[in-house]
Write a protein that binds this ligand. Sequence first.
Ligand code: FES
Length: 108
Amino acid sequence: MATITFIESDGTAHAIEAKCGWSIMENATKNGVPGIVAECGGSQTCGTCRIYVSAEWQTKMDSPTADEVSIIEFAEDRTPGARLSCQIEMKEHLDGLIVRMPEKQYSM
Ligand code: FES
């Protein structure tokens, strides 16, 4: 087990026990974290699972694929560190991960 802390735009934090092997999105939705809508269920088509990852944590993750970048750009989200949480697999070395969430998720 590892932990992830999700921080809403108003500063409300949700710390969860995360399951490695699941995506960040799956960990959020299965633990009732508000703000991760995930309309497409993780098929990388809706863009409603956006999170913001700090530069420090980004260095510990795989870079986003071109498809992931295109979905984020389509959502016109220019926030640094914007990622689709369904495309990031939780791994042991990400224990303690802290991510921020947008004020609102925009569906494609
Ligand atoms: S859940 Fe739809 S893009 Fe991530």
